[in-house]
Write a protein of this length. Structure first.
Length: 309
């Protein structure tokens, strides 16, 4: 660990007592700071409200203990992609009673530990828990959120929760969909065996962001339902859908006037020509379609080769 870096951080910490927002993601990746030095710094920022420590290899139990004792006013905490013993520290997070935003994506936490944490945090509005490698009983977690909510959720990320049952997520949406503005169900493969769009359309009228990556059974009928029920939609990810066609996307574009970003990459029934036609009708929508990009790249490459000749 660099002595100069350590000395600088210790010196700066004495001048940061009024600090409210702090971005420290990737801190420690080059061995430029140690865990004890980070703890020392955090003891001097009692007014901290937002802290991001994503992909931070020096994050350990002692850091979360320090946060719980000295930074109890935290409202936003991001410790995603930080797997260094996090499954041992969950009890400390329960002391952060003011948390509204919590990102635990790609961390090591078991079903029982996550259930314990969610039962204690009652003010959450944004919960990001993607890629649950140690969460075996996923329906139990969703049922807890359904019947014993940890707050009025505005956004939830369940990326790669591939064992949730369709009935379980449908019940969750029915109970809490009205407050949701962001919903990420990307790679939820068991849900993707059905068309979830009618359930979303009927339960989530205020939705702005919807991610349904790899939901193969999404249909045009579901898109039409979505266009009727989710008028505020701004971003929609349908990457990998097998059944949607130009017809469904056209209906969506007509009804959802706020739609700005649409990802239809690897949708087998959406052609380059379909994307060109949609872009002509809805110039305000930025459409991501990998196949279109690859075709343009080939054209540009061929033109470049011709010019060189």
């Amino acid at each position: 660990v660099s002595t100069q870096s350590t000395g600088s951080i210790v010196y700066i910490s004495s001048r940061c007592c009024a600090l409210r927002k702090l971005e420290m993601s990737w801190l420690g990746t080059n061995n430029q700071i140690s865990t004890p030095v980070l703890c020392h710094f955090l003891r001097n920022v009692p007014n901290l409200v937002e802290l991001r420590l994503s992909s931070c290899p020096i994050l350990a139990s002692s850091v979360l203990e320090t946060l719980a004792i000295y930074c109890s006013n935290l409202e936003l905490l991001d410790i995603s992609y930080s797997i260094n013993g996090l499954h041992l520290c969950v009890s400390w997070l329960t002391n952060l009673k003011h948390l509204k935003y919590l990102n635990l994506g790609h961390t090591l936490m078991t079903t029982s530990e996550l259930l314990y944490l969610l039962a204690k945090l009652q003010n959450l509005e944004w919960l990001l828990i993607g890629s649950p490698s140690l969460i075996a009983d996923q329906d139990t977690v969703i049922n807890l959120l359904t019947w014993n909510p940890c707050g009025k959720l505005k956004g939830i990320e369940l990326w790669y929760w591939d064992k949730i049952s369709f009935s379980c997520i449908s019940q969750f949406l029915h109970c809490h969909g009205k407050t949701l503005v962001e919903l990420d169900l990307g790679w939820c493969l068991s849900i993707g065996l059905h068309d979830i769009l009618p359930n979303i359309a009927g339960s989530c009228p205020n939705l702005v962001v919807l991610v349904l990556t790899a939901h193969h059974e999404t249909t045009d009928a579901g898109l039409i339902d979505l266009s009727k029920g989710c008028k505020f939609l701004w971003y929609l990810d349908l990457l990998g859908s097998r059944n949607i066609t130009f017809t469904g996307l056209h209906a969506l574009g007509i009804a959802c006037h706020k739609l700005k970003l649409l990802d239809v990459s690897y949708c087998s029934k959406i052609s380059v020509e379909d994307v060109a036609s949609l872009q002509m009708h809805f110039s305000h929508i930025s459409i991501k379609h990998v196949e279109t990009y690859l075709q343009k790249s080939k054209v540009f490459s061929a033109e470049g080769n011709n010019r060189s000749l």
